[in-house]
Write a protein that binds this ligand. Structure first.
Ligand code: ATP
Length: 870
């Protein structure tokens, strides 16, 4: 049987469809038949499985066994409570997991690749999962190929198939038939899912989707859906393991002391295990995930789509942002300002169709242009649509002649599309019966290729003075922040094929200058970045003088800074580049290779670099940067695939918002850790103290479980939801190499632990005057309430008076729910025997509230004093 690549187009159309694409009906029928175009990843865990996994913790298992044994020995009430508490904790854990998964899935959805297909004969954009066999894919430079297919129309298509074949050079494709049997890499009339279009365009008939593609066949081998943990999660997991060992050691000591004091083995064991469960912050890893996932949701709302959780952490450490100019810092709304033609500057309205020289400029603007204006909508590159807007202002339009009329009159014979490395676009037409190449592009690239100049007196050899005048005019335009394009043409032999080798020997027509105003929010965003200790850098394909003028106007370029061109960077050694790095705020006329070197140099100096990019060639630089940022609107699919974050609005200011969010997420996680660990430390200190002093056990196992598994999780999550404050953007970027437990955090943790431990112990002593049960009830209630109050201390470095109670209503809700739970246990008689609670008097309750409040008062007073001093 013939393979797909050996079949003729006709055979394939008989099998799958036609060259106009499927109709909607057929498309949905095929979608039903072949399924969605996705690589099926590992099966998702069911909710029941997630729930059961919550019990797969050695300590929890020991605890359940101990509880069951204790029930058999007659202590059934507290056993039931322990089991209920553990089950409730498992439910809480399951809800957290499912919520985090859901927000990660919705993120994936947001960054899902799109593709262009022909359906009902009309070109449309589609989410790639809906592509089916029989669809016609329309491939253009920068696209990701999302299905396997046979090329049916080819326009110099070049493809990178390295993800499939390992071969990194580009492969030329064709649409001819292949009869013999050839290997995958030689099937040049086919394209395969997972490859990238690096040049040209083509129409492709889809022959396989999803798991039936060549990529699908090897998908299993690639182990694509490994659960990736972020660096923070990994370091927390490691920390938790070490902590668990230490705590188990302590628990063994407590177990020994308890036995020595004459307690029953089972009671001692139960207590030691409960202490371990209470002291080990099991919830840490899941709190980190949920806080990060919530953070990414907030970022997506702010137009920054994070593709991987770990990017959130790196975002918080960003110290250098390398940003494109056009569209990111500027509006990408170009308007032609002035035209330099025949030695003078005129405005678009002054272009005269009857003047042959002006007419050539108009031809170049209309014909040598891939964009269009349809029904008032600009379609295509703003640099090109603004040229069409310019034409609209001339009397050509008043005469009722449209761009389309001119394009039909003079069809394009050949073309070399614009690319930002050549900085030129050329195409060939028959004008006045003479084959003519029209070219437009960067002035500095074209100036040395010009031999003649066209004036109102006809064409003549260009002189040195003419060139000097052109260069001077270009300089004047550029100094005003204008983008300048040179327009040239060349008459040629008919048989002469257009190639990059023919782009010389031109006749100069004129210069067109266009304004692209900075985005209004750019200036403020640049200011914020600088305050946050982040260096913003402009990296652009535009002219150095234009770029510098724009950079100056938005504050990126300051007096004393340096602007370099890509050529100048090429001429420098790595050391030379590193020496000037701090001073350079503008890189102009850069190549993709320059971008990689710039990222590398900054990283070498220990910085965390964010870099934007939109073109197909930007992918390596985006991968090299710590945070690769692609443009959601103007970016190619290839750049989006390589990036860690996608800007839905292409806006620089969104990057700054995302950095702030990244810093906030990290801070909140740190605060949640501080909250959990300081509270746990307090419990351990009290237990250890009582064991060493041979006092009664201060807490029953069920108390510790109640606190650790129920009342503690909610404030920790609420701390994770803390909104960002301006203080965060006033700080220098965090050093990613610094661990979580800085000196500052460690000191706070110990002091907070001692404070809460002391008041708990005081409550214990007060109760102990009555009887041991009252002592443990008071210790339990004070510890729980003190930790609930403590939730407010850990929200921020600032005092509660500065941030306000209402700024995080989650924390208020967590406090209220926690207090209600505690109240339920303390005040409802029915609960007393289950939780081993003694009835309390009014005075004792006031004592508990007062004592529990003391650490918070001290901590808040210290914060206020520090704020006053600062
Ligand atoms: P960035 O987004 O990196 O700031 P840019 O848009 O300024 O990039 P490119 O799009 O790479 O830079 O353009 C580089 C140069 O190529 C421009 O300065 C201009 O001279 C020329 N150019 C841009 N667009 C076209 C086009 N459509 N046709 C011909 N020349 C163009």
């Amino acid at each position: 049987m013939k393979e797909v690549y050996q079949k003729t187009k006709e055979e394939l159309f008989n099998e799958y469809g036609n060259s106009k694409g499927l109709n909607d009906e057929k498309a949905s029928e095929y979608l039903e038949k072949y399924g969605e175009n996705i690589l099926i990843s590992k099966k998702k865990k069911s909710v029941a499985r997630v729930f059961l996994e919550q019990f797969a913790d050695l300590l929890v298992i020991i605890l359940i066994i101990a509880a069951v044994v204790s029930m058999m020995t007659g202590n059934s009430e507290s056993t039931v409570v322990i089991i209920v508490v553990i089950v409730m904790n498992a439910i809480l854990g399951t809800v957290q997991y499912v919520k985090a998964e859901k927000s990660l899935d919705s993120l994936k959805e947001l960054s899902a690749p799109k593709t262009k297909v022909l359906r009902n004969g009309i070109k449309q954009e589609l989410e790639s999962k809906y592509v089916v066999p029989g669809d016609i894919l329309i491939l253009e430079t920068g696209d990701m190929i999302v299905a396997d297919g046979r090329i049916i129309e080819n326009y110099s298509l070049q493809v990178n198939e390295s993800s499939l074949t390992g071969e990194s050079t580009n492969v030329d494709k064709f649409d001819k038939n292949i009869q013999s049997e050839v290997s995958l890499a030689d099937r040049c009339n086919m394209v395969y899912s997972g490859s990238l279009v690096t040049y040209g365009r083509a129409n492709v008939l889809v022959t396989a989707t999803g798991m039936n593609t060549e990529m699908g066949k090897i998908a299993d081998l690639m182990n694509m859906t490994q659960d990736k943990k972020t660096p923070l999660q990994i370091s927390l997991d490691n920390f938790s393991k070490k902590l668990a060992l230490i705590i188990m050691g302590i628990s063994v000591v407590v177990f020994g002391l308890s036995l020595w004091q004459g307690n029953k083995i089972l009671d001692s064991l139960m207590f030691a295990v409960a202490l371990a469960v209470a002291a080990i912050p099991e919830a840490l890893s899941s709190i980190v995930t949920i806080v990060q996932a919530m953070g990414t949701r907030k970022m997506a709302k702010d137009n920054a789509i994070i593709k991987e959780l770990k990017a959130v952490e790196s975002l918080g450490c960003v110290s250098v942002i390398c940003s494109d100019k056009t569209g990111t810092l500027t509006q990408n709304k170009m308007t032609v300002q002035q035209i330099y033609i025949d030695g003078q500057c005129i405005i678009p309205e002054e272009l005269d169709v009857n003047n042959q020289l002006h007419r050539y400029l108009l031809y170049d603007a209309i014909l040598n242009n891939d964009s269009s204006i349809q029904g008032g909508n600009n379609i295509g590159d703003p640099t090109e649509t603004c040229l069409l807007e310019m034409v609209k202002k001339t009397d050509l339009h008043k005469m009722g002649i449209s761009d389309e009329d001119i394009r039909i009159l003079m069809p394009r014979l050949e073309e070399i599309p614009f690319d930002s490395e050549r900085k030129l676009m050329s195409s060939k037409y028959e004008i006045h019966k003479v084959p003519t190449i029209l070219t437009k592009g960067a002035v500095d690239v074209l100036i040395d290729r010009i031999e003649n100049i066209s004036t109102s007196n006809g064409v003549r050899k260009i002189t040195k003075e003419d060139k000097e005048k052109i260069i001077k005019q270009n300089q004047i335009f550029s100094e005003n922040g204008l983008r300048v394009l040179a327009f040239v043409y060349k008459e040629c032999e008919e048989c002469h094929c257009l190639s990059t080798k023919s782009e010389h020997g031109y006749t100069f027509i004129g210069l067109v200058s266009m304004i692209d105003p900075p985005r209004e929010e750019s200036m403020e965003a640049v200011k914020k970045a600088k305050e946050a200790g982040i260096k913003p850098i402009m990296i652009t394909g535009d002219h150095k003088v234009t770029a510098t003028a724009i950079a100056k106007s938005i504050g990126i370029y300051k007096e004393g800074d340096v602007a370099l061109t890509g050529k100048e960077v090429d001429e420098m050694t790595d050391d030379e580049l590193e020496n000037v790095l701090d001073k350079v705020s503008v890189y102009a006329r850069v190549s993709p290779e320059n971008k990689i070197r710039i990222v590398d140099a900054w990283q070498h100096k220990g910085n965390v670099v964010a870099m934007t990019g939109d073109g197909v060639n930007d992918a390596p630089a985006l991968k090299k940067a710590d945070i690769g940022i692609a443009m959601g609107i103007t970016g190619t699919e290839v750049s989006k695939d390589a990036a860690d974050m996608i800007l839905a609005d292409d806006n620089f200011a969104t990057i700054i918002k995302a950095v702030l969010n990244g810093r906030n997420v990290y801070r909140n996680i740190l605060n949640a850790i501080l909250f959990l660990l300081s509270g746990n430390l307090a419990a351990i200190l009290v237990v250890l103290y009582c064991s060493l002093m041979a006092l009664d056990v201060p807490f029953k196992p069920v108390h510790l479980l109640f606190i650790n598994l129920l009342t503690d999780s909610l404030p920790a999550l609420a701390i994770g939801m803390e909104p960002s404050d301006n203080l965060l953007l006033k700080k220098k970027p965090r050093n990613p190499k610094k661990g979580i437990f800085t000196r500052n955090i460690s000191i706070k943790l110990i002091v907070y632990g001692i404070l809460i431990g002391t008041v708990t112990l005081s409550a214990f002593y007060i109760g102990d005057k009555i009887n041991p049960l009252t002592a443990s009830t008071m210790a339990f209630a004070t510890l729980t309430l003190a930790r609930l109050f403590h939730g407010f201390n850990c929200r921020s470095e600032s005092s509660i008076f500065k941030i306000g109670i209402k700024s995080n209503l989650w924390s208020v809700a967590a406090f209220v729910i926690g207090t209600l739970m505690l109240g339920f246990v303390i005040f409802v008689k029915f609960m007393h025997s289950m939780f081993m609670i003694a009835p309390l008097t009014g005075i004792q309750i006031i004592e508990i509230i007062a004592l529990a409040f003391v650490p918070t008062v001290i901590i808040q007073v210290v914060k206020v004093v520090v704020e006053k001093i600062n």
